[in-house]
Design a protein around this ligand. Structure first.
Ligand code: ATP
Ligand code: MG
Length: 418
């Protein structure tokens, strides 16, 4: 059987890294009083078309959508923010005015061309800070991102920030940008030519060299920012300076989703090649209102776990924790009587591999050695008759017969031997 293109099994060795990322996120987010939230993977398609925007790459060509048996139009979530916003409204979380700071980690789905750091089922860690229009909220979410990277020992990244202004400011700018770009229509790359009609702002972050050359003389979004946009941005910069978080201002940074305003930011990691953005985020003050909720200014980000893993794999070798003892049994009576012994091990928190085949002791011992175990318990007819257990040290080739009551002490002695 083949695995679906763009999806991946996460096997035992890699799971350790996942746990490490999850635990790090849990630790940092808890410090900042962000609460974990899990929303469904399935949502109504309209949630994403309304929030992400009809003319974006995600909605246009990347969504996994289908009609379910009740004739509903359903989509496997392509990102987390829309779902968190929906949950905030559905559960009326705004009513008691408690802290509405959330984080999540889970699978997202986009029909894209799979390549290194790009999958069709991928995972995002994200945080959303709902209910503050103040630049200090932007500063806090960016600080949490850098803190998580610090805890993961990921350095050498670059934080880029920009202000994309309010919707009205962007619309005014877009008109001017279009007038300019239309003059060079035939020199733009194919994607950008298409975007002239549906999403001209996205042309700004085209990686195409010729397009970038044309853009150098294009009108700049910065010139269209109003007083409030500028002030918000300047204050964010002040906060970042005060925290000593390094950043560069990238005036071409626009991000691919419609719902952003004011702050947009990305964290890039050069050594990842063309898929080098590990975190993207920004402010979305109008999203919740546009979905039918109360006016709730918000800001957040999402990190791609698969891209974090590519970085972590280069410098972090987690050690898989091996069970401590091997248990070999022989005969039906032994197998029936093994369970109280397992209870003793459970209580003492000693992990074990119980041999589940019906082989001879010799074969079982061979397997235990091959798997690298140094302690093996043998329980056969003799042991059952004498109410005892044979504890074998595979390293020292010694064995000792102990009573059930003395088992844990003997095993612990062997485990603690250098
Ligand atoms: P890109 O330009 O790489 O397609 P994006 O702007 O579509 O990114 P966002 O929607 O901002 O990405 O998602 C935030 C982060 O999620 C990205 O920075 C990236 O790390 C990760 N991500 C996005 N799409 C994928 C994917 N298909 N596979 C793996 N990770 C992804
Ligand atoms: Mg994308």
């Amino acid at each position: 059987m083949q695995i679906l293109r763009g999806t991946k099994d996460i096997l035992a060795d890699e799971i350790l890294l996942w746990r490490y990322i999850y635990n790090t996120a849990l630790k940092v987010c808890s410090l900042y009083n962000y609460h974990e939230i899990q929303t469904p993977i399935l949502e109504l398609t309209s949630l994403f078309t309304r929030s992400i925007g009809n003319d974006t790459d995600i909605v246009n060509k990347e969504m996994y959508s289908f009609i379910d048996q009740g004739q509903r139009n359903i989509t496997l979530r392509p990102e987390g923010t829309a779902s968190v916003a929906r949950s905030f409204i559905t559960n009326k979380l705004y009513i008691n005015n408690s802290s509405n700071k959330f984080w999540y980690l889970g699978p997202m789905f986009r029909y894209e061309r799979p390549q290194s750091g790009r999958q069709r089922q991928f995972h995002q860690l994200g945080i959303e800070c709902l209910g503050s229009a103040e630049p200090i909220a932007d500063a806090e979410v960016i600080r949490i991102a850098t803190k998580i990277l610090y805890e993961l020992d990921i350095k050498n990244y670059k934080l880029e920030i920009n202000s994309i202004g309010s919707l009205e400011e962007r619309q005014k700018y877009q008109v001017e940008l279009l007038i300019y770009l239309k003059k060079y229509k035939h020199d733009l790359d194919k994607d950008s030519q298409k975007r002239l009609h549906n999403n001209p702002l996205r042309i700004l972050d085209s990686k195409h060299i010729k397009t970038q050359e044309i853009l150098q003389k294009a009108p700049s979004l910065k010139m269209y920012l109003g007083k409030e946009s500028k002030e918000h941005f300047n204050r964010l910069c002040n906060y970042l300076d005060a925290m000593d978080i390094k950043y560069s201002i990238n005036e071409q940074l626009v991000r691919g989703l419609d719902y952003y305003n004011y702050t947009a930011f990305e964290i890039k990691y050069n050594e990842l090649g063309s898929q080098d953005t590990i975190c993207g985020g920004g402010r979305y003050d109008c999203l919740i209102k546009s979905l039918g909720g109360p006016n709730t200014a918000s800001v957040g980000w999402a990190m791609g776990i698969e891209r974090l893993l590519l970085i972590l794999k280069n410098h972090f070798q987690p050690t898989r924790i091996k069970p401590e003892i091997y248990i070999a049994t022989k005969g039906m009576q032994a197998k029936l009587n093994i369970w109280p012994i397992l209870s003793l091990l459970e209580e003492a928190n000693i992990s074990f591999e119980l041999d589940l085949q019906n082989n001879s002791f010799q074969k079982q011992l061979k397997r235990a050695s091959k798997l690298g175990f140094s302690i093996c318990l043998l329980i056969g007819d003799d042991e059952i008759d004498n109410n005892s257990i044979t504890v074998k040290s595979l390293k020292e080739h010694k064995q000792k017969i102990v009573s059930t009551g003395g088992l844990i002490q003997e095993v612990q002695k062997l485990i603690n031997k250098p």
